[in-house]
Design a protein around this ligand. Structure first.
Ligand SMILES: Cc1ncc(COP(=O)(O)O)c(C=O)c1O
Length: 384
């Protein structure tokens, strides 16, 4: 096709938007990577990484009906990798580039329950790095398949071994880092930049979105990066903002926060991925968290389904956990009528199709054996 023909094809594809003077160019696929004299007029991002952050704050309406206070969800599934972990992936990788630690052909290694791995894999694709991920066997099959689909090499490690066991995903990642020349180990659990990423993005966004009227931040704690970084920024603006961390039964975080002692007796298997820990993460600043509240696997799963069915936000498992915490806090009278409570929904429900959104899985866990009624509709089969 001659240049003139291509040009006329593009021009014929112009669409005037909203009567304004901006145009949408429907560029033929063979043109997309080419420099074109009118390219500066195209309203497009250079790549998906530019879409990280600036996620919306959405008022919760039905699920909080009858609650005292105003509730807003920071919906992190609007990130291009569908979770809050995009923020730390881009921040830590670009910081390593700035320091000259990462160079072309480098390998990035990480331990991850899934979301961080997805985000690192996404950033690695755009920037041209190899990505190796050590994941817990507790991670859903969907998540593991997704990581592989994003070009990562995945090692699945047993979930129910202690953190210092050579088979744990922490130890496997450390070993792979030693064995792989020119690799970097992100180490999100002990990387200060994890906190920094949220201090520089999530915190300022929430402050701006609430015009400083936020009274409470309620967030899940896994590595602790989200809650610590966001809390640090918000408390710098207003030390009265109350920060409540959400922990799982079977995790040590709440007890450690209260006693500053690691209690191994607190550790036992649980289902929620990404919430709580069997070690004390260096990326958690416990001094910035006013209190922890624990939630159960079952109630969190049902509450995630409830968010989807009431708010139309397809919620991940930990979004259910943090919302379950809101219910418990509301019940104990934590919030005043004028309080503005921000809750962070870390990821998207599509990552849990074979878990909390599978009736079979819910039944297998014994979660359907409760007095809770889910709104999930029966499938209607039309006879052929
Ligand atoms: C789904 C999900 N929710 C919540 C968290 C907790 O976030 P953070 O690690 O920043 O504490 C994670 C972390 O892995 C996660 O994957």
């Amino acid at each position: 096709m001659s240049f003139k023909t291509r040009l006329s094809k593009i021009i014929s594809n112009f669409a005037l938007t909203n009567g304004k003077s901006s145009f949408t160019f429907l560029v033929p696929w063979d043109f997309q990577n080419q420099t074109f004299c009118m390219a500066h007029k195209i309203n497009a991002y250079n790549n998906v990484l530019e879409l990280i952050g600036n996620t919306p704050l959405v008022r919760l309406n039905k699920i909080t009906a009858g609650f005292t206070g105003n509730f807003f969800a920071k919906v992190e599934s609007f990130n291009p990798g569908h979770s809050s972990k995009d923020r730390i992936a881009i921040h830590i990788i670009e910081e390593a580039e700035r320091k000259g630690i990462l160079t072309e052909g480098s390998t990035i290694i990480e331990t991850t329950s899934g979301n961080t791995g997805f985000s690192i894999a996404m950033v690695s694709i755009i920037k041209g790095y190899d990505c190796i991920l050590a994941v817990s066997s507790k991670s859903s099959k969907d998540k593991i398949d997704m990581l592989r689909s994003m070009g990562a090499t995945v090692y699945v490690c047993p979930a129910h071994v202690s953190a210092d066991d050579p088979r744990s995903y922490y130890e496997v990642a450390k070993r792979l880092h030693k064995e792989t020349k020119g690799s970097i180990y992100i180490n999100q659990y002990f990387n200060e930049l994890n906190i920094d990423a949220h201090y520089m993005s999530t915190g300022p966004e929430i402050w701006k979105q609430t015009n400083g009227y936020i009274t409470h931040l309620v967030a899940c704690s896994g590595t602790g990066g989200t809650i610590s970084g966001t809390a640090k920024y918000l408390k710098e603006q207003n030390p009265n903002v109350k920060v409540i961390g959400v922990d799982a039964y079977g995790s040590v975080l709440k007890k450690y926060h209260e006693t500053r002692k690691f209690d191994a007796k607190e550790v036992y298997p649980y289902r929620i991925e990404g919430l709580g820990k069997n070690l004390i993460p260096g990326a958690t600043n416990f001094d910035l968290i006013d209190e922890f509240i624990k939630v159960t696997d079952s109630e969190s799963a049902h509450t995630a389904r409830e968010i989807s069915n009431t708010e139309g936000i397809f919620a991940g498992y930990t979004s259910g956990a943090v919302m379950q915490a809101i219910k418990q806090l509301n019940e104990r009278g934590e919030f005043g009528a004028d309080d503005n409570v921000v809750v962070i929904f870390p990821d998207h429900g599509s990552r849990y199709m074979s878990k909390i959104y599978s009736d079979q899985w819910m039944e297998d866990q014994g979660f359907l054996d409760t007095d809770k009624v889910d709104e999930t509709q029966e499938i209607q089969y039309v006879k052929g």
